[in-house]
Design a protein around this ligand. Structure first.
Ligand code: EPZ
Length: 458
């Protein structure tokens, strides 16, 4: 169910009603990767020829990104999970704030627009619920490639230095292996004059997918997925067809949900080596994992507590930290979860504790003592992955739970409740109902505020 992204308040009054304790069984189809589709859409601005993208996930973030491209004059045709993108006649104008607000990936257009048209104006992406989300790595790298950048009234204005007609290749060393900055700079360098070397580059599969598509378009990019990427700029890029890779984070979310409910399921399609770190931790905590071609099966058993520390790929992905914490709340023993990528990515802890979890957070490290069970209740997700964590907790718990905050969930999980119900979960999406205030739930002010906001929106 993909809701109109510009109709966000509509989503606020929806919730998922989940009858816990659930057992999952069967096979779930994994959609195309959100964090690949978004950057591939940005990359389509690099050519005036047609790009055909297949396996595009139906998500509100993809819808938002499509609206941004349309605002630039791009023609987009959608046929089921296929997007046909025609950037022949696009006019550069400032992207309206309300279009880009809340979609970090919109900022990744700056590299493509600058490389193709010599200028770009994009509103500052700003922070979000999980952290400040700075852009210094993007700016420093674009400066090195020959761009002049000023930030005026929250708008980032970039243009190629006067005396140059094109960006020019440079040696760039990132201070931190930023996924977005690596993608921005690869796109900018693909049309620059000469060679660019990016050191300490991010190695995520979504970057490899971007480089695969760019090379199909005629780019000359070597060693994508390594920490040193080489790009020999070319004059022009042509159109191509490309299939988005499977979403490793969605696949990991379902595998963790199966482990948490001692279930056996298969996820497919998936690329197993995109999830090595997660599969290792699931096995260490007692689940049996079978990898076969482009599918992974899990046989969830009793869960042992294990420690995780998030890290850039190929380390444990920060996007699966919250779902994995839901699993650890009922593991046998004590575990430690260290979040090293974002400064504020533990928004799910408060509610997991309300459900009966035993978690203490200090300096971005969560100490968890496993408990026997969780209590279903009214829950409000505050960001995309926290929402997924709360749904997993609701699957584990007894009684009924209602999970609000679907405007976050629908950003990154296509038809999440449909896929869970096909796996045997008793889950339904309810609309516009007042929240049944479960009086015996101890609610903190922030939860009460969230709930009252939702009631207002209902
Ligand atoms: C991408 O965000 C993903 N989003 C995120 O997924 C993911 O969590 C993140 O990479 C890390 O894997 C998309 O691809 C659209 P970063 P991005 O730049 O590129 C610091 C989800 O849930 N940093 O790799 O914004 C930054 O503060 C989303 O699907 C700088 O210091 O992440 C952070 O601490 C959430 N300066 C760290 O790097 C910069 O200029 C990693 O951020 C840029 C980043």
């Amino acid at each position: 169910m993909v809701c109109e992204s510009n109709n966000k308040s509509y989503l606020k009054s929806q919730n998922l009603k989940i009858i816990g304790r659930s057992t999952l069984r069967g096979e779930v189809k994994i959609s195309g990767a959100k964090n690949s589709a978004l950057v591939l859409l940005a990359a389509s601005l690099l050519t005036d020829e047609k790009i055909i993208l297949d396996n595009v996930p139906l998500l509100t973030d993809v819808e938002k990104m499509s609206n941004i491209l349309k605002n630039l004059g791009v023609k987009l045709q959608t046929k089921d999970h296929q997007l046909i993108i025609d950037s022949t006649n696009i006019s550069i104008k400032e992207l309206p704030y309300e279009l880009v607000n809340g979609l970090r990936a919109s900022f990744f257009c700056i590299g493509a627009l600058l490389a193709r048209f010599g200028e770009a104006s994009i509103p500052l992406p700003g922070g979000c619920n999980i952290g400040k989300r700075p852009i210094n790595e993007h700016i420093n790298g674009l400066n090195a490639l020959g761009a002049e950048i000023i930030i005026e009234k929250e708008i980032v204005k970039a243009k190629i230095k006067e005396e140059k007609s094109r960006l020019y290749g440079a040696n760039i060393r990132l201070n931190c292996p930023s996924v977005g900055a690596t993608e921005t700079l690869i796109m900018a360098a693909s049309l620059a004059q000469g060679r660019t070397v990016i050191e300490n580059a991010a190695r995520e599969p979504e970057i490899q997918d971007l480089c695969q598509m760019l090379n199909k378009m005629g780019a000359k990019i070597y060693d994508a997925g390594k920490e040193k990427i080489i790009i020999d700029g070319v004059k022009k890029l042509h159109g191509c067809s490309h299939k988005v890779i499977p979403d490793r984070i969605e696949a990991g979310t379902f595998l963790i949900a199966a482990a948490a409910t001692s279930s056996s399921i298969t996820v497919s399609p998936v690329i197993p080596n995109h999830l090595e770190a997660v599969l290792n931790k699931l096995e260490e905590s007692g689940s049996k994992i079978i990898k076969k071609g482009n599918s992974i099966s899990i046989n969830g058993k009793s869960i042992k507590a294990v420690d995780i520390k998030t890290a850039p790929f190929p380390g444990f992905p920060t996007d699966l930290q919250a779902p994995f914490m839901a699993l650890m709340t009922i593991a046998k023993g004590s575990s430690k979860i260290s979040e090293t990528i974002f400064e504020n990515r533990m928004n799910h802890v408060e509610l997991l504790n309300q459900m009966g979890g035993s978690i203490i957070v200090k300096n971005n490290i969560a100490q968890i003592i496993g408990v026997k069970k969780l209590r279903g209740m009214t829950l409000v997700g505050s960001d995309l992955r926290s929402s997924a964590a709360l749904i997993i907790a609701a699957l584990i718990s007894n009684r009924v739970s209602r999970v609000y905050g679907l405007e976050h969930l629908d950003r990154g999980y296509e038809n999440f409740e449909l896929k869970l119900s096909h796996l045997g979960v008793n889950i339904t999406r309810e609309k516009n109902i007042k929240i049944k205030d479960v009086s015996n739930d101890r609610k903190t002010d922030s939860i009460k505020k969230n709930l009252s906001d939702i009631n207002k929106a209902a």
